[in-house]
Design a protein around this ligand. Structure first.
Ligand SMILES: *Cc1c(COP(=O)(O)O)cnc(C)c1O
Length: 354
């Protein structure tokens, strides 16, 4: 052992989905939006002057935060913006989870939660999802140092109704409760409306999924003024300029075009509902997703085998080699054409198997 080895922090990092490059690849593995960002985003990008990159961007992110505040009908000082919701969530872990008691989150959930807890030395316990992959609110009644869960959950796609979210909040008024709403725009009701009642609630959303801007890295949190101020203090103790200028400018354009936002979501939801029918006919079963992906298991073919077979065709889906998940594929909803290619391959493949 080298003398410095016991004095350094070692972490097991989160492993993101592959980002394969190449022609004809169908990428259904990281829940990106298959449609381009709003037309105004493209125009603003073309008009961006490199001269403006000479200066530091606005550390207070005033314009984008103000635009989000207007959109979600909250005050500008109730909005915190970060480099994707991963950045926002990491800062929220650092700021709000500072108890000796364990924080709680579901055992099957966004796997980054465990990574941040370990990175920051936050004690944690996981609460098992039930047989149907549902979060049980009662599991969060016990004493804890904070609570976090995605709604809809990933990788199951299952939505908790707002009554249940409020039930968790009502039982946890002494700690911070974070609801990670990365997929809420695909069919759920946001916990934003509970903010007036619970000042310990932080709602986190992202531009990466429904707003088609994973490449820009924009995420945000909405909460009480006090929570947002605390998050800002952490950010300014870390890096004042987390948000680059293009993200700030283009983010505003994405929020401005609500019609486009609604339209692309509508298309994805429509494709998702058709995909459910098709997958059922092919012998798949899955929790009833309210997100932009379906977590599906086949009655005969193993998920690992299907994953490899699909990859051989240039069709990338996500496979988690973990207990309880090892027979599922998480399939992002692509365009109708992309989904058609997936289904026609599966049709042939599964027929040959029979
Ligand atoms: C995608 C995702 C995020 C992170 O998204 P960013 O690209 O960092 O904004 C956070 N939570 C969940 C549950 C996600 O699926």
């Amino acid at each position: 052992m080298k003398p410095w080895e016991d004095k350094i922090r070692r972490v097991v990092p989160y492993v993101p989905g592959e980002q394969p490059k190449g022609q004809g690849i169908i990428k259904l593995n990281t829940n990106e939006n298959p449609y381009p960002p709003a037309p105004g985003v493209r125009k603003a990008l073309e008009e961006l002057r490199t001269e403006e990159l000479r200066k530091y961007p606005d550390p207070t992110v005033k314009t984008l935060a103000g635009c989000l505040a207007d959109y979600y009908k909250v005050e500008p000082d109730q909005v915190f913006v970060g480099v994707g919701s991963d950045d926002v969530l990491a800062m929220a872990f650092l700021a709000f989870f500072n108890s000796e008691k364990p924080i709680l989150f579901p055992d099957i959930s966004y796997s980054f939660y465990k990574v941040w807890a370990e990175l920051f030395g936050i004690p944690y316990e996981t609460a098992p999802l039930d047989e149907a992959f549902l979060i049980r609110p009662e599991d969060y009644y016990r004493e804890n140092g904070g609570v976090i869960f995605p709604n809809p959950n990933a990788p199951t796609g299952l939505l908790m109704d707002l009554k249940q979210v409020e039930d968790v909040l009502a039982h946890n008024q002494d700690v911070i409760v974070i609801v990670d709403e990365a997929y809420i725009d695909f069919g759920g009701k946001s916990a934003l409306e509970l903010l007036e009642k619970y000042e310990n609630l932080l709602v986190v959303q992202t531009f990466s999924k429904a707003r088609s801007m994973a490449g820009m890295r924009i995420g945000f949190a909405v909460g009480s003024r006090e929570l947002i101020r605390i998050l800002q203090d952490v950010k300014y103790s870390f890096n004042s300029y987390t948000m680059n200028l293009p993200s700030l400018v283009l983010g505003v354009e994405a929020v401005r075009d609500d019609a486009y936002f609604r339209e692309t979501i509508g298309r994805i939801v429509d494709t998702r509902e058709k995909a459910k029918e098709r997958l059922k006919r092919l012998g798949f079963s899955f929790p009833d997703s309210m997100s932009n992906f379906i977590f599906a298991s086949h009655e005969k073919a193993s998920a690992s085998e299907l994953f490899e077979a699909l990859k051989g065709q240039g069709i990338y889906v996500r496979y988690f080699n973990q207990p309880r998940l090892e027979n599922y594929l998480r399939i992002t909803i692509g365009t109708d054409e992309e989904m058609e290619k997936l289904f026609s391959f599966l049709e042939c493949y599964l027929k040959d198997m029979a």
